[in-house]
Write a protein that binds this ligand. Structure first.
Ligand code: ATP
Ligand code: MG
Length: 607
């Protein structure tokens, strides 16, 4: 079977990525990638996209979940408790790999009991429905157990990256008026310094804490759960009651506190089934931390609602260790992010081939545009296409995906899921045809749509400023086959000499050059052209910056893109500024370049 088809183009890679002159678009937006990868996972859960798209109904899908009397529901009951009665009681829910590589196994029954104990302990401390309980832990079992416990008693879970510094912590705890924080002794030191600025914070719970080191209103996790009952009445919630409050990544500005509700579990459940394609015997690893929405929705609720065995890894990123996790746990489905994949690519092929990786059957990516070059590399080293999908903290679930039943188009985010209507519109909300660049919008009404921005109704209303649409803030275009192509954040699109250029296209062309590991592209004001394109690049291992190399990179991008779209300026950096969720912060590159204020940097990765 021929796996990679590039219809209408020669085998020459350069030709295959040349600008498609026929499409009706300006700038480089029409640089349609004709590459199609047809390699499907065996027997996907969603077999016939067209049929499902035409007939799917969210109300019908509610049958897949467990409901309480009177239309009440609890997302945590669906994620954990119901598996005590569906034959999965003794199935491993969690394989937790610690930073020092010990593997702890937790069955659904054990997670059920542990979360009941924690839920009771929180109730003892006076936590009520709607109270915010924040979790500030590395990826240890207590993080997952506590999140479930919080949801079970109807409180609102607030996941935080353990790498957050005191400023990021203060912003989020102050804004949410969190009542309780669950942390560990190392991370608590970051909290201690800002404690007097958090008047609403009543108690601190410390996992593996030393009682003698704790002050008033501080408890060890262990002392609280020790005597707590393992029987808990899981709170029947109104589907519209809040489940979690999570701040966006902060890529484009100050993070927004997005409020999601128990009804989201319907979206989590169905998208996990279709997009992640999880089966009962899968071992699934989502590399995202729950501090990012991917780690909460597809690291906890979605897979557990489907009764899947989840792998978590406390350790830091490192190519060798990551491949080892896959081999050691026999991971079959792997959900990760472009930044991680680019780093793995940068680490080289040899490290891949030192591992078997034979268990892998399906790979997915989310969070940033996935450069086609990375998909090609995935085909080469893993023998599998990487399935990109698109969603946001605000959308609460995947909305657009390269589903397992459809060919993967490298560089495209895929097609809207059944039950989701996405479109590209102009500023007046008029739908644009295939090949036209515009605003990526979605028809409101999918189950996991954000319900509000925490105490900021005005910001919430901005998402609906185009009547009849949810406005994503991303720019995109759709091709004739209904696949959506990401161009850039609405604010990132560059206007150069009358052409609109998306940073993603330029970045993707740059990383196609063997010396470029990563690239971030911005528009720099220019008297003559309005803006010129400036690229910041990180070189691949073994390359040194020189005028010749930069010229070669410039020439390469010129060949790949339309003449106006190549970066006139290229600057080599050791690394690019990124959010904790691994997204390139182009606004910082721009602010630094232009000497402007940097704005909110609380989510900036600094190590
Ligand atoms: P903030 O809203 O605070 O600026 P953020 O938008 O990065 O941060 P998230 O909700 O984590 O916060 O990310 C959603 C955004 O990530 C999308 O709007 C889109 O720009 C980008 N994104 C997600 N998936 C993809 C994808 N598959 N391809 C391209 N971009 C993606
Ligand atoms: Mg956003």
């Amino acid at each position: 079977m021929k796996l990679v088809e590039r219809p209408g183009k020669s085998k020459d890679k350069k030709d295959a990525h040349a600008k498609d002159e026929s499409s009706d678009v300006s700038g480089v937006v029409g640089r349609a990638n004709h590459e199609v990868i047809k390699k499907f996972p065996v027997d996907p859960n969603l077999k016939d996209y067209e049929r499902a798209y035409a007939s799917f109904d969210w109300d019908e899908a509610k049958k897949e979940l467990a409901w309480f009397a009177g239309g009440k529901i609890n997302a945590a009951f669906n994620a954990v408790d119901r598996h005590l009665h569906d034959g999965r009681r003794n199935k491993v829910a969690l394989y937790a790999i610690s930073a020092d590589n010990r593997v702890e196994k937790w069955t659904f029954q054990e997670i059920y009991e542990a979360s009941n104990r924690m839920g009771n302990a929180l109730k003892e401390l006076g936590v009520k429905k709607g109270d915010r309980v924040f979790v500030f832990l590395p990826r240890v079992p207590e993080l997952y157990i506590a999140t479930i416990a919080i949801a079970k008693i109807g409180a609102i879970a607030g996941p935080l990256f353990s790498a957050f510094g005191p400023d990021a912590l203060r912003d989020r705890l102050q804004d949410s008026e969190a009542k309780i924080i669950i942390t560990n002794p190392q991370l608590k030191t970051k909290l201690d310094g800002i404690r007097n600025e958090l008047p609403h914070l009543q108690y601190v719970i410390v996992v593996n804490g030393d009682k003698s080191q704790l002050k008033d209103r501080e408890f060890t996790y262990q002392e609280l759960v020790e005597h707590a009952s393992e029987k808990l009445h899981c709170e029947p919630m109104d589907p519209e009651d809040p489940l979690y409050l999570l701040y966006t990544s902060g890529t484009t500005g100050k993070p927004k506190g997005v409020v999601h509700v128990h009804n989201d579990i319907l979206g989590h459940h169905m998208t996990t089934k279709w997009v992640l394609d999880l089966k009962d015997d899968d071992i699934y690893w989502c590399t995202a931390d729950p501090g990012w929405v991917t780690g909460t929705v597809y690291g906890i609720f979605g897979p557990w609602s489907n009764g899947t065995s989840v792998v978590t890894y406390e350790g830091r990123f490192d190519a060798d260790s990551w491949y080892e996790v896959i081999d050691k746990m026999k991971v079959t489905v792997w959900y990760t992010a472009p930044t991680a994949l680019r780093m793995l690519m940068k680490a080289g092929d040899e490290v891949v081939y030192r591992h078997s990786l034979a268990s892998l059957r399906y790979i997915l990516s989310v969070g940033e545009p996935l450069n086609p070059e990375v998909v090609r590399w995935g085909m080469k080293v893993f023998g599998l296409p990487i399935h990109d999908n698109w969603w946001q903290t605000e959308t609460g679930m995947q909305l657009i995906a390269n589903l397992p039943c459809m060919p993967v188009k490298p560089g495209s985010m895929g097609r809207p899921l059944p039950g989701v209507y996405a479109a590209v519109v102009d500023d007046a909300g008029e739908e644009l045809g295939a090949g036209q660049l515009g605003r990526l919008v979605v028809k409101p009404g999918w189950p996991a749509m954000l319900r509000t921005i925490w105490r900021n109704k005005e910001r919430f209303d901005e998402y609906f400023r185009i009547p009849g649409w949810y406005f994503s803030g991303d720019n995109a275009w759709r091709d004739e086959d209904g696949y959506f192509w990401f161009v850039g954040r609405a604010d990132d699109v560059i206007n150069t000499a009358g052409h609109r250029v998306g940073p993603f296209e330029v970045e993707s062309a740059l990383v196609e050059h063997e010396a470029v590991a990563e690239a971030g592209v911005i528009g720099k004001p220019d008297k003559e052209r309005g803006e010129i394109i400036k690229a910041f690049i990180v070189l691949a291992n073994g390359y040194k910056a020189s005028d010749e190399l930069l010229e070669d990179i410039r020439e390469h991008t010129k060949r790949q893109l339309a003449a106006h779209a190549y970066p006139r300026e290229i600057e080599v950096k050791d690394n690019l500024p990124k959010t904790r969720s691994g997204k390139i912060m182009r606004r910082l590159l721009k602010a630094w370049e232009l000497g402007l204020p940097t704005g909110d940097t609380s989510s900036l990765e600094d190590d």
